[in-house]
Design a protein around this ligand. Structure first.
Ligand code: SAM
Length: 309
């Protein structure tokens, strides 16, 4: 692939996240916090990354952007656990919004007749399906639903693809809200509310704390070096890849969007909250000076509202 193709290809950020999952998966089982055996399919130069290895890649990442790698893999682990818990609580279908190169549909232990709906822009889905090994694609459980949130409705496409609005459902929106307008996010949550009028639902979303634009020091651990510059570095790289960050949120804004659509927040965590949960047990406690609470991870739930159905 030409270098220029990596940029402006609509999947640059999805590739970036897959790369961090690939790097984490290179660690030995007793040291890693996630394992994504399929992430390598989406990583440009994966053989070189593999040769460099987990230790050096993470060291380099900590030099350039402390906490970046850890925040992305902690986010993946957090959602893996949430989906696994939903399965135990008998969720019957899963909608991955802005799925990118997420391979949860292949990694987690779903059993039939569970359905996973992967929603993303058509171009990104097409590329994903070309890159995944065909043995994984022959999987009746996964339904690909091409939707661009900026001008298409998820309800129509999901229902036409077999989404059953009487089934208990989990929705996740991982690392996507910063790329869509606030109006589009509100419409999306409204649609999720309409789709789940007759059933229980769990909704995970992450969002970039607006404090990062106003007071970045406030979001970082003591001794974190130049948070404002690091934030601008990420914003600049996203913009260069053709996927600029356009939306940042206050906690109260997210609470309002969720509450008016029938959801109650159960958890709102950031990297600092997950340090002792994920990194300390494998001997990788993140020092304060590398804690980068850029993004909030929110879990919201709703019970059945329409009892007459
Ligand atoms: C940073 S990637 C995250 C991908 C995946 N959720 C993960 O964590 O690996 C952002 C994803 O949002 C998707 N996305 C951005 N804008 C979108 C839109 N308007 N409609 C649908 N998907 C969108 C991109 O295609 C990309 O897959």
């Amino acid at each position: 692939m030409e270098i220029s193709m990596i940029f402006k290809s609509k999947d640059g950020t999805a590739q970036g996240v897959a790369k961090q999952r690939f790097i984490e998966s290179l660690a030995t089982p007793d040291k890693r916090i996630i394992n994504d055996p399929y992430a390598c399919e989406f990583v440009f130069g994966s053989a070189v990354v593999k040769m460099i290895g987990h230790k050096f890649c993470v060291w380099l990442s900590q030099k350039i952007l402390p906490g970046w790698h850890e925040h992305l893999v902690a986010r993946t682990r957090f959602i893996d656990e949430l989906v696994e818990e939903a399965l135990i609580n008998e969720a019957e279908q899963y909608v991955i919004l802005g799925a990118g190169y997420d391979t949860r549909a292949h990694r987690l232990n779903f059993s039939d007749p569970f359905r996973v709906f992967e929603v993303d822009q058509p171009e990104v889905q097409e590329r994903k399906r070309k890159k995944l090994p065909s043995v994984l694609l022959n999987n009746d459980r996964i339904v690909y639903v091409p939707v661009d949130f900026s001008y298409q409705s998820i309800s129509k496409q999901l229902i036409e693809s077999g989404f059953d609005n009487s089934k208990s459902t989990i929705f996740t929106l991982e690392g996507v809200s910063q790329y869509v307008s606030k109006e589009d996010l509100s419409s999306l949550v409204q649609e999720i509310d309409s789709l789940t009028q007759n059933t229980e639902a769990t909704f995970y979303m992450s969002y970039i704390d607006e404090l990062f634009t106003t007071n970045p020091e406030e979001c970082c651990g003591a001794g974190f070096q130049k948070p404002g510059e690091k934030f601008e570095l990420i914003r600049g790289l996203s913009a260069k890849s053709g996927e600029p960050w356009v939306s940042f949120y206050a906690d109260t804004e997210i609470e309002r969007i969720l509450t008016i659509n029938g959801f109650s927040i159960e958890e709102n965590a950031a990297l600092a909250d997950l340090n002792s949960r994920y990194f300390s047990p494998v001997g990788r406690t993140i020092p304060e000076s590398q804690l980068f609470n850029l993004e909030r991870f929110v879990v919201a739930k709703k019970a059945v509202t329409n009892t007459t159905a």
